[in-house]
Write a protein that binds this ligand. Structure first.
Ligand code: BES
Ligand code: MN
Ligand code: ZN
Length: 495
């Protein structure tokens, strides 16, 4: 896809399709008003027929414009003009791309920068449009031989006022970087477990690193983990024929003495549950148990592309969790890299087992902050559904920054308490802690477990079990929380 910005006047515009906004009660946006004048009130005439009212997310394609260099017009409804939130703008932009992509249109211009969005500037609007358009055009085709049709749409130009072109340019670059990162994250996530193995993920990290001089990849093998004493991580991969990998994708964009921000992503390429085997229904979706890891790789790529002046280390512990004669058994006791012992009461609570050794490993880099993301608990779906990701952490300022970034990027998070009272649920009679905390508050007790390995760090944890992919007919990866993390890092870089 080719994305660009342009500050050309509407009356001279040549376009295959021009995207224009309208508000509730058929009120035209400024650009739509202008085009209405130059097209002999065509838009007004069509609206009078009642085909579109301007409600949030409504679209109407007018595919013939007499005597005009604009061949088609796509009207998009934004609802009440003074109530357009960032989320509503995003939703309407998503409807626009869906309608556009359904037709045989090869290029389009968007005049949606003139829509007034609460708490948003032209840079944000440009970036968001690119992100949403690109998301709508994503197609998984890697393992399909039939029914794959290339998108007709090849080029989208966002129209901006002369005065806004610098801001729009920045928004464009960010949007393209974030969009491509989401493409990468979604593709890795959608790939099946027999292709996207720990080794495959490691190879991808190396490929990404080759493309940018500021990125470097290092892969720790099981022998390296053994030497480091990662007994917890290794216990999970012992039950799998695929050797575990600990991927380190490092970006150096600042002075080497600048403390790094560390991102850790769960890279479980298939979670069968191990000896505590999962039920069969829907188990295919456990190929998505590496979405945290795929997010980390995507974010590192975006950061390198945006050349942010930060140092960032991405760590992805990657393994399968399978039943096997050599797999973890309920009751087994592990010694983690930190020295703390863990009683495995349920082998399906494996994410925390691979993450805890990675968090301990991360300490050697003396991080400024550390953020982990993981499809960690089904309980997160019960608590929050598929709308926000769960957020827990030991640092209020960091959590507030992540909440703010999530709101801004329309990739929201909701904080759950990480109070000491919950820690009791992890008591074990035979080890320093158990790996599960019982039925209650599963998302919180999972975070409690991780908190024992991050005590002297500024740390936040994102539980993305409900947000990283969609289930049902439209099953597929969402690319979340790439936008949230990119926003957080952009804000950090600006500060
Ligand atoms: N990867 C799963 C969590 C998960 C389950 C995410 C369903 C999305 C949908 C994780 O490894 C797991 O199995 N967690 C267990 C923990 C339990 C045994 C304490 C769970 O959530 O059931
Ligand atoms: Mn599991
Ligand atoms: Zn898992």
């Amino acid at each position: 896809m080719d994305y660009s910005i342009e500050s050309s006047a509407l009356d001279k515009l040549e376009s295959e399709c021009l995207i224009l906004g309208i508000y509730e009660n058929c009120k035209l946006s400024q650009s739509a008003e202008q085009v209405d004048q130059t097209t002999d009130k065509l838009i007004s005439a069509i609206i009078e027929r009642g085909d579109i009212q301007g409600k949030q997310g409504e679209t109407l394609l007018i595919n013939f414009i007499p005597n005009s260099t604009i061949k088609r017009i796509l009207l998009v409804g934004f609802g009440q003009q003074d109530k357009i939130t960032r989320k509503r703008y995003k939703k309407a932009s998503a409807s626009a791309i869906n309608t556009l992509n359904a037709g045989k249109i090869s290029s389009a211009h968007s005049a949606l920068l003139d829509i007034p969005v609460i708490d948003a500037d032209p840079q944000w609007k440009t970036r968001l449009q690119i992100e949403v358009f690109n998301d709508g055009l994503y197609q998984y085709q890697h393992t399909k031989t039939k029914d794959v049709k290339e998108n007709d749409l090849k080029k989208i130009t966002v129209l901006c006022a002369e005065d806004d072109s610098a801001a729009a340019e920045t928004g464009l670059n960010q949007g393209v970087a974030i969009g491509q990162a989401m493409d990468l994250t979604k593709k890795l996530a959608d790939l099946p477990g027999n292709i996207c193995t720990p080794n495959y993920l490691a190879k991808q990290a190396e490929k990404i690193a080759e493309q940018f001089s500021a990125l470097s990849a290092e892969i720790l093998e099981e022998s390296d983990m053994e030497a480091l004493g990662m007994g917890s991580l290794l216990s999970v991969s012992r039950g799998s024929r695929q050797p575990a990998k600990l991927i380190n994708l490092t970006y150096q964009g600042a002075d080497e003495n600048t403390q790094p921000i560390i991102l850790v992503g769960k890279g479980l390429t298939f979670d069968a549950g191990g000896i505590s085997l999962k039920p069969g229904a829907g188990m295919d979706e456990m190929k998505y148990d590496m979405c945290g890891g795929a997010t980390v790789l995507g974010v590192l790529q975006a950061v390198a592309q945006m050349q942010l002046p930060l140092n960032i280390i991405g760590l992805v512990p990657s393994s399968e969790n399978m039943p096997d004669g050599d797999a973890n058994k309920p009751g087994d006791i592990l010694t983690s890299m930190s020295g703390l012992t863990i009683e495995v009461l349920n082998t399906d609570a494996e994410g925390r087992l691979i993450l805890c050794d990675t968090l301990t490993y991360a300490k050697k880099y003396n991080p400024e902050v550390i953020i982990d993301m993981a499809t960690l608990t089904g309980a997160c779906l019960v608590a929050l559904g598929r709308v926000p990701s769960g957020l827990l952490g030991n640092d209020d300022a960091l959590c507030d920054e992540l909440i703010e970034a999530g709101d801004s990027a329309c990739d929201s998070v909701w904080r759950l308490p990480l109070w000491d009272e919950y820690q009791d649920q992890l008591k074990s009679n035979f080890a320093d802690m158990a790996n599960i905390g019982g039925r209650d508050a599963g998302t919180i007790t999972a975070a409690c477990f991780l908190s024992r390995f991050t005590e002297d760090l500024r740390w936040a944890h994102l539980d993305i079990a409900g947000t990283a992919w969609r289930t049902g007919n439209n099953k597929g990866a969402t690319g979340r929380p790439v936008p949230l993390l990119c926003q957080y890092l952009i804000t950090r870089a600006d500060a």
